[in-house]
Design a protein around this ligand. Structure first.
Ligand SMILES: [Zn+2]
Length: 65
């Protein structure tokens, strides 16, 4: 599950309980709240969202200068 925070940045959240407290330090990610595994598909989706966000952010900074 991907949330978009008020600044427009994506945040990875648990598919099962929707919380954003996930542990990604050990390769496989687990939710702190319910202990369910965060799927590789969710992580891939989040990383793609991050790439898109940073591409947009870079564009905004360039046009503001
Ligand atoms: Zn959870």
């Amino acid at each position: 599950m991907i949330f978009i925070n008020p600044r427009g940045a994506p945040e990875l959240a648990c598919d099962h309980c929707g919380c954003r407290w996930v542990d990604r330090l050990k390769g496989t990610a687990y939710c702190y709240e319910c202990g369910e595994e965060i799927t590789a598909a969710s992580i891939a989706e989040f990383q793609q969202a991050l790439v898109e966000f940073s591409a947009k952010g870079a564009g905004r900074q360039d046009s503001a200068k």
